[in-house]
Design a protein around this ligand. Structure first.
Ligand SMILES: [Zn+2]
Ligand SMILES: [Zn+2]
Length: 166
């Protein structure tokens, strides 16, 4: 008859076994503390509200399931990334605001285009006096001060459109 209990007791009482189990326990504890610490740092980088950071860290500290739940519900962007995205969006808005637009269809138009690429509205002419490019809607040539409006070139709000060539 094999004394199974005796074997297990001997095994557990063995100093090598105990040392091994202590090492494993220490390792697991260290790993656990490290993940909780990581969650706290990660939450702080993603959430402005400190109370929420503490709450989520406590959630992440729940063994096994906590970390998975934390990863699921944490904000996808860090605060720095959110700020960066906001800045990029503002920069894009500013860029769009600076881009000249066709007064007829509001499509982006380059300053030196003669016609709108989208609706064929006349965008620029040559000044009859100095031949420099002047934009539709200008009342005077900014280069030689010739009045443009008197020549019937004030095209806004009705813009002259040239027929599209098929
Ligand atoms: Zn247009
Ligand atoms: Zn001029």
């Amino acid at each position: 008859m094999v004394d199974l209990n005796g074997i297990i007791e001997n095994f557990l009482a063995n100093p090598t076994t105990q040392a091994f189990m202590r090492t494993v326990a220490l390792y697991m504890t260290g790993l656990y503390l490290a993940t909780v610490f990581w969650a706290a740092r990660d939450a702080a980088s993603r959430i402005f509200d400190r109370r929420l950071v503490v709450l989520l860290t406590l959630l992440a500290a729940v063994p096994f399931i906590g970390m998975a739940l934390y990863i699921l519900i944490r904000p996808s962007r860090t605060l720095a990334e959110t700020r960066e995205a906001e800045l990029a969006s503002h920069a894009l808005d500013a860029e769009l605001a600076r881009t000249p637009r066709c007064p007829s269809c509001d499509a982006p138009a380059e300053l030196d285009w003669r016609y709108c690429a989208h609706c064929s509205a006349v965008l620029t002419h040559s000044c009859p006096s100095c031949s420099k490019t002047v934009r539709s809607g200008w009342t005077a040539c900014p280069f030689c001060a010739t009045e443009l409006g008197v020549r019937g070139w004030r095209l806004e709000p009705e813009l002259t459109t040239v027929p599209r060539t098929a």
